[in-house]
Design a protein around this ligand. Sequence first.
Ligand code: MOS
Length: 749
Amino acid sequence: MTPHIGTPTSRVDGRAKVTGAAKYAAEHSRPGLAFGPGLAHAYIVTSNIAKGRIARIETDEAKRVAGVIDVLTHRNRPRMAEADSAYKDDVAPEGAPFRPLYDDRIWFSGQPIALVVAEDWETARFAASLVRVSYEAEAHVTDLFSQRDRAVAIGPPTNPAEAPFVPPKPRGSAEAAFAAAAVRHEGEYYVPIEYHNPMEPFASTAFVEPGGKLHIFDKTQGVQNVQRYISAALEMRADDVRVVSPYMGGGFGSGLRPQFQVLLAALAARALQRSVRVVLTRHQMYALGYRPAMIQRIALGADAGGTLDAVMHDAVTVTSQYETFHRQETGWSGLLYKSPNAKYTHKLAKLDRATSCDMRAPSAATGVYALECAMDELAAALKLDPVEFRLRCYSDIDQNTGQPYSSKALRECYRQGAEAFGWDKRSPDPRSMRDGKELVGWGMATGIWEALQMPITVRIALSANGHAEVSCATSDIGTGTYTIMTQVAADMLGLPPDSVTVKLGDSTLPQSPVEGGSWIAASVSNGIATTCDAIRAELLQIARRMPNSPLANAAADEVVLADGKLVSRRDPSHTVSITDAMRAAGVDRIEQQKPTTFPNDGKHAHNTHSAIFAEVKVDEQLGVIRVTRVVSAVAAGRILNPKTAGSQIMGGVVWGIGMALHEEALTDDKFGRVMNADIAEYHVPVNADIQDIKVMFVDEPDTIVNPLGIKGVGEIGIVGVPAAIANAVYHATGKRVRDLPITLDKVLA
Ligand code: MOS
């Protein structure tokens, strides 16, 4: 039987998605679930100041509108937990999480301050316009540059969970080595605030069940995270809150933490004992988390032979006044390339904004952008080909920890990517290639991400008729989790994929972490393997007890499941079918549920890598930039499904094009709010911006990272892409633009 793992496979949920059968968080209206009156609809009233207090909030006029059920504010809301710890979700940063409608305090513009609940959405929206608010405003600060000198260095971690997010220890003496280096480059790079802009708006439908239990359909990357959060914040028993999210229309990190609409929906449902739906408008989604803007300085020193001597990376990133979100944005610089001296600083600027959060390849998308542009600038100073320079600095160990990699096929990424792109035909000098009126530029960059994995539990029920149900509370945020789970289970159970049903996205299912960090493919696949082992062992146990069993003497590791049968590895003619084994035992199904953990041997670094090659064409007179070709060669261990994995990387490249050329949240600092808070004014790449993208996976066997050798591909796709494009723009034009996005005015300036 051909294995399903590694075979390009269309999404098992594809038909449901394109036919509309797949229901999203705002689309559930199961009348059977709602008791009492029907579903109510709520609209959020938001703050139009960035800092201060609510002095008065008048809701009488809104309440008088026919069809309005109630208006909730901090003054009449039901009881909520007092301790900060109740609001700390699984991936909350340090600090005191924001609590919607908790009190009169305003932390950011766009903050929810009232919830109008009505019989229909239009009525709720209209009535919301009648809520009168007066504020005691205080002076706010939303501009990062005004605060860069007041930013505070990230201190030692206060708990172990924070440890991966502080800058690594310095090594050698970077300042002295930089001063003594034969060739130096130092530059400041900037990445603006960016928003995730998933296609599906954030929404929650909270059904009240008899007895007051809540059954919530939520847009989230982690149903159990939301379940814990809601039950803690509303002081409910965990079992009385069920959170379900079978499909998600894009998350990219915005759904890792519970967002305020879910607490508002639950709060209102509880207060009114009536089922409530809350949907954010696109505009309101700009009051959620965002990729923190980052000012960064990189200093690189090399010897005349083109190897690095010194790496220094300093960063200032954005967080809120109430939480300190950061990732380890600077450490990638010293990790990736051989350099005896490295040093990092990372400071946080607290602004009157919502807390920043994870967004696709958090820290690497931004930090590696600066590093890889700086490497390009230093290569130019050294008069070295950018690929050649990186090969001279190539490291087989994580330079920060000194640990060898469980696998690292980056050299092959450079080689195969360069070949597919035709890199050897590049003429090195800027402005030396053209196509008619357009300057042509070729740039490249390296990408790197972590290969993470998290404890997870998988349950499998195998029926005598050869059907398996595989369940786990993970999400499928659109990455293809349903599909890879089906493929892995089909292989391990020896069943056709059609005989495997996957259940996920329900907090009542076995334990899963949030889907993020590119860790679910590795975690859940190895989790399926663990539980399949247990299924096979139980099946063998009953098969061995059959009269004259052909497997009477077989040990657990001597049999495999194939074609609906237990098969002896020693003698494949010795088989017992699943049906016969169960019939003999008088059972119609067997079920196993097993946790899987990933003990780290502490001796190896686990990373994915990529080499990105980009071609741009720049109109010499207008400065208009088009990305005409991108090749992304990725090394990410075993690829479970080249089709869905390829889509992940392609999507990451599209994001990278957006990050390089389009995306930027523009804030009116006088009012402290985002001015381009919609996807007409906040630019993202559209079809016309996307041309030829080639994704290749380089073979990278890995017997160390986890039993199945899987590393995950959700995030690596974007990393390096903005730098490759920026480097291509420099090669085309001779103009180095270091602050993103690279717009035509900056090219022409
Ligand atoms: Mo990803 S930014 O961990 O959803």
